[in-house]
Design a protein around this ligand. Structure first.
Ligand SMILES: [Zn+2]
Ligand SMILES: [Zn+2]
Length: 174
């Protein structure tokens, strides 16, 4: 089959879907590990100070939600973009074009998803609040703010189950 033809594309759909899902899992798994091992470990210096002194101070017990997102200072996200782009860029030379394209798009969407979710969890009036699955993830993220040794994931909390850091929301109101 000719690369680029409709038939070729259809035959590649399972591989491309797997690539998209796999890329997202690599992103969400790395985010969980980096949050745990850099964001909350003193030895990581600047990453620790940025995360704990800003995000966790802005959003703590009693004020987990604000009207405007307070993330302008102490944001570690740009630092994660650098290794991600380097690793992704290296794969350009080894992966087939379509696979690389799907990986790049899925990686960008996943990255944006993490930034977006961490933001809207803390901002009042998000349109996603109408969805039970969103409110559930939001509660699990708030658990992290109350118990900083748990729930390091932002989107896929099964990573915390694997790491043994998963914690259900408390019975008390948050
Ligand atoms: Zn944290
Ligand atoms: Zn947060």
């Amino acid at each position: 089959m000719m690369p680029g033809s409709a038939g070729w594309f259809l035959s590649e759909v399972p591989l491309l879907a797997l690539t998209a899902v796999g890329t997202h899992l690599v992103m969400s798994g790395s985010q969980t590990l980096l949050h745990r091992w850099l964001g909350h470990r003193r030895w990581s210096g600047r990453f620790y100070r940025n995360h704990v002194n800003f995000h966790h101070v802005y959003y703590a017990r009693g004020h987990l939600i604000s009207t405007v997102y307070r993330g302008e200072e102490g944001n570690n996200t740009p630092f994660f973009l650098i290794p991600t782009l380097l690793a992704g860029g290296g794969l350009f030379f080894v992966l087939p074009g379509a696979v690389f394209l799907v990986m790049a798009l899925a990686g960008a969407a996943s990255f944006y998803g993490h930034v977006y979710f961490d933001k809207v969890y803390h901002v009042a009036g998000s349109p996603l609040e109408r969805f039970a699955w969103f409110r559930r993830k939001q509660q699990l993220h708030f658990v992290h703010h109350l118990h900083a040794n748990s729930n390091f994931a932002v989107i896929d909390f099964f990573w915390d189950r694997l790491l043994g850091t998963y914690r259900e929301p408390d019975e008390e109101a948050l």
